[in-house]
Design a protein around this ligand. Sequence first.
Ligand code: C5P
Length: 220
Amino acid sequence: VGQGPLAGKRVIVTSGPTREPIDPVRYISNHSSGAQGTALARALVDLGAEVVFVTGPGRVPPPPGVQVVPVTTAREMLDAVQAALPADAAVFAAAVADWRVAEVAGSKMKKTAGKMPALHFAENPDILATVAQMGAGRPELVVGFAAETDDVVANAQAKRARKRCDWIVANDVSEGTGTFGGAENTVHIVTEGAVEDWPRMTKDDVAARLAQRMAEALGG
Ligand code: C5P
């Protein structure tokens, strides 16, 4: 059993991108490295939490001391999160693909000169919203992330209300901020009726401070 303000608390963290197949050799994904989710999982372990780390195929290796559940698609990520419940808190740092290819080809799609394939999409489940809107068994603290390019705080407040999570960690990913793939982040913590503007700091420092805030909220 870990020691620290989160000892005895179970926390689910999603991280990294999801990858949605087109056929056995091709897929659709995004540039998420998993850096912020990994840093957060590490910070939660450092405070004594039991962490279930549900991760898509990111570039950053999972931190030591977590229970790693590797997944590929958004639907696998939802299943893994539901299987990891109950938990005291859940943090959704993954960059989940909004859409998947509706009908995945069973064999490699052939290239035909001059003829382009058409892809049809289906909407993926919103994992954060699904967990935030659970009745019985909802984690006490449900935290989402929002990457925005304009009206960062207003958009995050709207997202928080729509998804019904407790907090949104909002960051500005517009060009020139260097947030995507960089080591630093400028975040705003949007809670019910309040906004905390944190100064620019490393993703590790964001993670440590967020883990500390979570420990306070969970009564540690
Ligand atoms: O709607 P948007 O993608 O901006 O929301 C971002 C937040 O929602 C992040 O916390 C992300 O991990 C979560 N999310 C999710 N499942 C989805 C889409 C987003 O858990 N399908």
